[in-house]
Design a protein around this ligand. Sequence first.
Ligand SMILES: [Zn+2]
Length: 69
Amino acid sequence: MATEAMKLLLDGGNPLVGRLMTYDSMSMKFQEFKVNRDHDCLICGTAPQLTQLLPDYETYADTGQLSIP
Ligand SMILES: [Zn+2]
C-alpha cells in the first residue's frame, strides 16, 4: 500500500487502479485480479456523494452511519 501511495503521489509507475494484487510469502507467488468498478460507490461511482474527507470520522467509525451533508 505504501508503494501504491508513493506512485500516486509521484504520478509515476503503473498504479493498481482496477486491479487487486495478492502476495503469498510462503510460496513467493503474486497473483493479480481485475476489479470491476462499482457504479454505486459513494466515492468513485457514477454519482459520487463523498467528495471530501469525513468531518466526523470517529462518529462514522463508531456507528457505521454515514450522513452526507
Ligand atoms: Zn469506489
